[in-house]
Design a protein around this ligand. Structure first.
Ligand SMILES: Cc1ncc(COP(=O)(O)O)c(C=O)c1O
Length: 480
């Protein structure tokens, strides 16, 4: 962990700090001094808590974090330190995690569609675990990576995915044929993989997919494969406002695992939780860079473009304490351009969940009227809509808006528009979270007595302490 301490963008904070306090400091110091117009604050302690929760709720499942969800250095370093594996979709992601020191056997090249050059790169870097779901992919791997260990991707029987074009997996009917084709090409198949999508996991769908996976395991075993690895994908909720809580979903998964892959059956279980780990840890601040008033009787941007995000565009409830436009008699439609948009921190709006409701940095004056407001990215891209129909007090250029729950699919390794600077990330961690990581890295307690003594120092008041009794699922990597 010492690597963190040397970083200028890492802050050790006392327990009880709030991300909001930190953000206020940064707004004063960093932005005035360096002309920053957008930045993230990340609470790494939140990710530590999520990790412990994961291990406690799904004790048989090893997490492989999908790098595409958040490839920021602080997140990768922390999760590596906690012993997680990584799911990578291309050469750049493999290179990123390996440069941080993640060993090849903790990397799963999970993309079902791979470029030959990237397969060869994985082979040269010792990354063996991969997935396939059709013959073309199989032949590419057979030719370019003789030592690959493959997971057969099966289609998940789930409600429609948020982005169906990205659906992955073959049907049960095609499994035998693909397994035979793998045999003919001397490709080693070691298990099965599926991903149920990220729009509300249903325990029923999990049970269905596990039943299908079990049949695919039987086929593989009949063909002489040593089937010992099952990947149950991602899609676990990243916030607490979802229909089912993470622990409820986990209970359903555990029950289905007990049925189809009982403890002791010799099958190792992995998952690829992305948004679960990082969503709530990151807060984003963006500034208003330009604004315009749209005449009330002129069709607003919302009638031209809906951004494909549905609920992002639904008008927010007016603040009960604020005067409505009718009360004030000054109805306005205002459009604000922010310092970042869908080609940067808000890129997930293109395929995923709606824009989080912004908070105002400056407390609005009670006698200011509220207006129907749209948020857009930097001028020049008409499609760059972030949110429509929000009720907000009138803002000024230079005002800041704060967006919580911004950790998933918001950190692009390079701006999609090339010319925009990447928002800086300031990482924070409480001293207690820091100590917890160190404790977590030390040798797991061997007996119940040891276990108690490990938990004791932290038992005064921090809910994470109890979870610390969970034995780490991986050996610590000790690379930071
Ligand atoms: C194939 C696959 N696996 C895992 C994930 C991670 O999903 P989440 O961030 O919802 O956990 C995704 C996200 O798009 C995915 O497409």
């Amino acid at each position: 962990m010492n690597g963190y301490l040397n970083e200028s963008n890492f802050m050790m904070v006392e327990e009880g700090f709030s991300t909001r306090d930190l953000l206020e400091n940064i707004l004063v110091e960093l932005c005035q001094a360096s002309d920053q117009q957008a930045f993230f604050v990340a609470d790494l302690g939140d990710i530590v808590k999520k990790h412990l929760r994961f291990l406690k709720a799904l004790p048989r499942v090893k997490p492989y974090f999908p790098v595409k969800c958040n490839g920021s250095e602080g997140v990768i370093r922390l999760l590596a330190e906690l012993g997680a594996g990584f799911a990578c979709t291309n050469k750049a992601e493999i290179s990123r995690v390996q440069n941080i020191g993640v060993p090849a056997d903790k990397i799963f090249y999970s993309s079902p569609c791979k470029q030959v050059a990237h397969i060869k790169y994985a082979a040269s870097r010792g990354v063996r675990l991969m997935a396939f779901d059709n013959e073309v992919e199989l032949s590419k791997v057979a030719r370019s990576h003789p030592h690959a260990r493959m997971l057969l991707g099966i289609a998940a029987d789930s409600s429609p995915s948020a982005h169906p074009s990205m659906m992955f997996g073959t049907t049960l009917e095609s499994c035998r044929h693909l397994l035979e084709a793998a045999k003919e090409q001397a490709v080693e198949v070691v298990g099965v993989s599926f991903h149920l999508g990220s729009s509300g996991l249903e325990p029923q769908a999990f049970a269905q997919s596990l039943a299908t996976a079990q049949l695919a395991f039987e086929m593989g075993t009949e063909l002489g494969y040593q089937m010992h690895l099952l990947d149950i994908g991602g899609g676990f909720p990243g916030t607490e406002d979802t229909q089912a809580r993470f622990e409820e979903i986990a209970a359903g998964i555990n029950a289905a695992l007990d049925l189809y892959f009982p403890d002791g059956c010799g099958v190792e279980i992995v998952a690829r939780p992305g948004r679960y780990y990082v969503t709530s840890a990151f807060t984003f601040a963006a500034s208003v860079t330009a604004m315009a008033e749209v005449p009330v009787d002129q069709p607003g941007p919302d009638s031209v473009w809906d951004g494909g995000t549905g609920s992002c565009l639904s008008p927010a409830e007016p603040s009960p304490s604020s005067p409505t436009e009718e009360d004030s008699g000054s109805k306005k439609n205002l459009v604000y351009h922010l310092s970042d948009g869908i080609y940067g921190a808000f890129s997930r709006l293109l395929f995923d969940s709606p824009c989080p409701r912004p908070q105002l940095h400056k407390r609005p004056s009670p006698d200011h009227p509220w207006h129907s407001s749209s948020l857009r990215g930097p001028p020049g891209h008409t499609e760059d809509g972030i949110a429509e129909g929000l009720e907000l007090p009138e803002l000024q250029v230079g005002d800041w808006l704060i967006f919580e729950d911004m950790g998933a699919y918001s950190i692009t390794t390079s701006s999609l528009l090339g010319d925009r600077p990447q928002p800086q990330i300031t990482y924070a961690m409480s001293r207690l979270a820091w100590k917890t990581i160190q404790l977590f890295q030390s040798k797991p307690p061997q007996s119940d007595d040891d276990r108690e003594s490990v938990c004791a120092p932290l038992s005064c008041g921090w809910e994470m302490a109890e979870s610390l009794c969970v034995t780490p699922v991986f050996a610590p990597t000790g690379i930071i």
